[in-house]
Design a protein around this ligand. Structure first.
Ligand SMILES: CC(C)(COP(=O)(O)OP(=O)(O)OC[C@H]1O[C@@H](n2cnc3c(N)ncnc32)[C@H](O)[C@@H]1OP(=O)(O)O)[C@@H](O)C(=O)NCCC(=O)NCCS
Length: 325
């Protein structure tokens, strides 16, 4: 076996925005948002807030729970598309906030699939033998990239960070399989032309609509359901495990209706699918590690449980990781 998650942590921006609050900004309603997406509220960044600070906070919680110091880490792998800089990487900004030097720190850009991708990369690094303790992070602030006049996208996204401390460990527990997929031909179903300028909900200067998130929601919906279901089956098959044996699915939280449709396609009960989209919205790469952290906190995961992580996002990218907890 290659690697195992020994602790997780999460952190969020301070501002909670309810669907009712959004009714003041655009022609929408709590009823539309909650019935079409399952979202009731989300946390969003404000001017002056730093996603790197929030990510460092999530990382410190995970490290503390793992009984480790940042200096014990061998690498930092960050799934994100929200770096404030073209370069340096977001991972380097987190590294310096954790007060550590010289260990490799780099980003994996796979949009909402960022954590699933980063976890697979970290696991491969540990299987290869050179790394023993890797901090794997999913963090994003897509609310800063929306056009706040576009009700079709602005209501969906929230911001946040989730972190997992992974250790190299022989034995039956840990990451069993990962399956990653991309389809660049679908790039324009969900894209943002430039990062850089942040347009938070409270900022006076707005992002140009052409530089904001562009999404073809209904097309994306259909592809997301099929691709997440397929890759989840493939991850189970690769491990020689029947999907029915999976104890808990911890999916990317994009839309409650997507989660239900995927469960139906896989023939698993909704009770086996962890959801917290009502409270966070779609936090992109942060959603899987935030959900995992909450699932652990709520005692939904026990030793030796089979836990499936899965996601689909811009790229398009999609993937799944099967873990024996
Ligand atoms: C975005 C999404 C919620 C839209 O839901 P939908 O049921 O497909 O809705 P449509 O886009 O077809 O719009 C239906 C109507 O609601 C309206 N509408 C869209 N957003 C609205 C909002 N926030 N409030 C009120 N009405 C809204 C549309 O304008 C449209 O009205 P019309 O029929 O008069 O033109 C859904 O397509 C989705 O979740 N797609 C996947 C998105 C996703 O997962 N993205 C991230 C991937 S990681």
């Amino acid at each position: 076996m290659g690697s195992r998650i020994v602790a997780t942590g999460r952190a969020l921006p301070r501002t909670l925005v309810s669907n009712k609050d959004l009714e003041r900004y655009m022609d929408t309603s709590d009823e539309w948002i909650s019935t079409r997406t399952g979202i009731r509220q989300r946390y969003t960044m404000r001017q002056g807030e730093s996603l790197a600070d929030i990510t460092a906070e999530a990382s410190k919680i995970a490290l503390n729970r793992a009984g480790m110091k940042a200096a014990d880490l061998d690498a930092i792998v960050v799934g994100t598309v929200s770096s404030e800089y073209g370069f340096p990487s977001f991972a380097c900004q987190v590294q310096t906030r954790l007060g550590i030097d010289t260990i490799p720190a780099f980003d994996v850009a796979a949009a909402c699939s960022g954590f699933v991708y980063a976890l697979s990369v970290a696991d491969s690094m540990m299987r290869a033998g050179d790394f023993k303790r890797v901090l794997t992070i999913g963090t994003d602030a897509l609310s800063t990239m929306v056009d706040w006049n576009d009700r079709r996208t602005a209501v969906l996204f929230g911001d946040g960070a989730g972190a997992a401390v992974m250790v190299h460990e022989p034995g039956p527990r840990g990451v069993l399989t990962s399956v990653l997929r991309s389809a660049g031909q679908h790039w324009n179903l969900l894209a943002v032309r430039s990062t850089g300028i942040r347009s938070t909900i409270d900022s006076e200067v707005r992002r140009d609509p052409a530089d904001s998130i562009q999404m073809k929601g209904p097309e994306l919906f259909k592809i997301a359901v099929k691709s997440i279901a397929d890759v989840t089956k493939q991850a189970a098959e690769k491990a020689g495990i029947d999907i029915a044996a999976v104890d808990l699915v911890v999916p990317h939280q994009a839309n409650m209706r997507i989660l239900s449709a995927v469960a139906e396609r896989l023939g698993i009960s909704q009770e086996k699918v962890f959801t917290n989209i009502d409270r966070y919205g779609n936090t992109s790469a942060a959603s899987v590690p935030i959900a995992l952290d909450e699932a652990l906190e709520q005692d939904r995961i026990h030793d030796n449980d089979l836990v499936m992580l899965n996601a689909c996002g811009g790229g398009l990218t999609w993937g799944a990781n099967l873990l024996r907890w």
